[in-house]
Ligand binder design. Structure first.
Ligand code: G4P
Length: 548
């Protein structure tokens, strides 16, 4: 990463220019007013509450203090599947797109549940920055850590919002050192709380020392009236002596021992600016989003086989980061989510799929607003467009118009859970096969087929077991197929590579399960690493490759 422009773009602009065709001024203007980000957090840290506040500020929701009634508002928030409602967790990744203060904000929703990490990880590949939400009383929790590591690997900028400061038990200094110790990133607070727990009533801007105090009567309303005062003006009287002392003491300590904020280092993912607040009572949220608009990067050049491709050139290119069938059960459709990375996307344009070399016309494209969709005639880098797919698009596919582009492939994650899946109603076998095929295409789960002679069994392989529930629930509700799931003991899967003679002579331990994957390659499931090792020893001419 090297140069920055006035809009904070951190990208490979200089080297990218060398690979680029001429930039397009309209595209450049649209790129500079876009922020595409994902929220990373552990379940319950407050991601949904914060998202709702963003929708409120952007004028997309008009009910203040709606978190209590949130369960009834699912239609306008980001959950759309029946299973999500039942479980009260967010399963699918969604893209919300709103205009806020003249900026097009695209929020990629990343499910917080640990079992959905594969889908979540792929979504993070489509984000230009991330907002990390921490519960002030819990600090850095496991799921946040995992998601953070994925962002850190891509070196995308991360802003931190320390939430729930209205709850007793928060320790701002402790949180900062935990971020640095556990995540290995410098943490630089840009504001600091006045009071904690029940006494939390304001924020001090570290640079200007201006203190904003919130009206306690208006907790949770859309606009919480504020008054301001200065920390260095004791005569003002709005802060008590003890508040002033505590604040001054903390700020002095931070000035000496804290990590300084540096814009370049932030854009390179080396320091995270930290903001404090409470999403529920709406203290500090608006200031945070405004800071995000200023600090967050607009789309930059993206690595491709041809070198980094700048966002602001004229020719369109983008990649598919998610597939989902039956988003709208009434239409029985399949949607491929395209992240536009460069140039102008236009409805009906003819593009090439870099994987297959085939041309396709993008006739049906949608901009997504949670459950709602509107037809998109045009989109720019940073935007997410839903395309109707007839099975010709796969995860990670690059689509381009103009000179060929092939973006770097999406990472894959090895499955660790395996189960046998039986169709419980033999009369619906066809629907079972079709439904499973579509779910495999989405990348939600892998299917392996037994190659034991005379055995016609199907096995599911996934990163987490909750994914199995999703597959069963969707087969039942979308394809009318009841299924039975039998968990398998094996925890290790290896694809076997070698010449035909060695493959024919393959020796297997008794407890292992021979299968083939969707490309017809042999995959063996092993219960223990001891089993795998003995198989390796007995088949010295074969390679045992992890599935990823
Ligand atoms: P998530 O999407 O990250 O899973 O978290 P979500 O926003 O759903 O918040 C989880 C719970 O934490 C919710 O309570 C929510 O009201 C509460 N919460 C969020 N932000 C704050 C905050 O700043 N302060 C406090 N005190 N609570 C906060 P719930 O009772 O589980 O759900 P609900 O009945 O309120 O919807």
């Amino acid at each position: 990463m090297n140069s920055l422009d006035g809009n904070g773009r951190a990208n490979h602009q200089d080297e990218a220019e060398a690979n680029s065709t001429a930039f397009d001024p309209t595209v450049r203007a649209e790129v500079s007013r876009r922020r595409t980000f994902a929220i990373i957090s552990h379940p319950d840290a407050g991601k949904t509450t914060l998202t709702e506040k963003l929708l409120l500020y952007a004028g997309c929701l008009d009910v203040a203090g709606m978190v209590r009634g949130r369960r009834n508002q699912r239609a306008v928030t980001s959950d759309w599947m029946a299973l999500e409602r039942q479980r009260g967790i967010s399963i699918t990744s969604t893209a919300l797109s709103v205009d806020y203060l003249g900026v097009r904000v695209n929020l990629l929703d990343t499910p917080g549940h640990e079992d959905f990490s594969e889908d979540t990880y792929r979504t993070l590949m489509a984000a230009d920055s991330a907002v990390m939400v921490l519960d002030a009383t819990k600090g850095v929790e496991p799921q946040t850590e995992k998601l953070f590591q994925v962002c850190a690997r891509r070196r995308i900028p991360i802003l931190t919002f320390v939430n729930k400061l209205d709850r007793p038990g928060g320790d701002p200094l402790g949180i900062l050192s935990e971020i640095e110790r556990v995540l290995g990133i410098a943490a630089s607070p840009l504001n600091w709380p006045v009071g904690l727990g029940r006494d939390f009533r304001g924020l001090c801007d570290r640079e200007t020392r201006a203190v904003t105090l919130f009206d306690p009567e208006a907790r949770g309303s859309l606009v919480v009236p504020t008054t301001t005062c200065r920390l260095d003006d004791p005569a003002d009287g709005q802060l008590s002596d003890s508040e002033r002392e505590a604040l001054q003491g903390d700020l002095d300590l931070l000035d000496v021992a804290g990590a300084p904020f540096d814009r370049d280092r932030f854009l390179q993912g080396q320091v995270t600016p930290v903001f404090f607040g409470s999403a529920l009572i709406n203290y500090g949220v608006e200031a945070f989003f405004k800071a995000f608009l200023t600090l967050g990067p607009s789309p930059g050049a993206r690595p491709a086989e041809e070198g980094p491709i700048p966002a602001d050139r004229a020719e369109f290119a983008g990649f598919i980061f998610k597939l989902q069938a039956n988003m709208d059960p009434k239409h029985r459709d399949r949607v491929a989510f395209l992240r536009v990375c460069s140039g102008r996307f236009e409805r009906d344009m003819e593009v090439t799929n870099a994987r297959t070399g085939t041309k396709l016309r993008l006739a049906r494209s949608h901009r997504l607003f949670a459950q709602g969709r509107e037809t998109t005639d045009e989109a720019f880098p940073g935007d997410v467009v839903g395309l109707n797919s007839t099975g010709d698009l796969r995860l990670g596919d690059t689509l381009y118009a103009g000179p060929p582009v092939c973006y770097e492939p999406l990472p894959e994650f090895p499955p660790e859970c395996f189960a046998r899946l039986d169709c419980a109603d033999t009369g619906r076998r066809k629907q079972f096969d079709r439904g499973l095929f579509q779910l495999v295409e989405e990348g939600a789960v892998r299917v392996l087929v037994s190659t034991r002679p005379g055995v016609r069994e199907l096995y599911l392989a996934a990163v987490g077991t909750l994914q199995f529930d999703v597959v069963q629930a969707r087969l039942e509700s979308e394809y009318g197929v009841p299924t039975r799931l039998v968990p398998l003991e094996p925890k290790l899967a290896r694809r076997i590579e070698g010449d035909a003679v060695a493959l024919k002579r393959l020796w297997l331990p008794r407890a292992s399960i021979p299968t083939s994957d969707r490309d017809g390659d042999p995959v063996i499931l092993f219960s223990t690493s001891f089993e795998l090792e003995s198989c390796r020893k007995n088949n010295p001419d074969l390679h045992f490759v992890p599935l990823s």
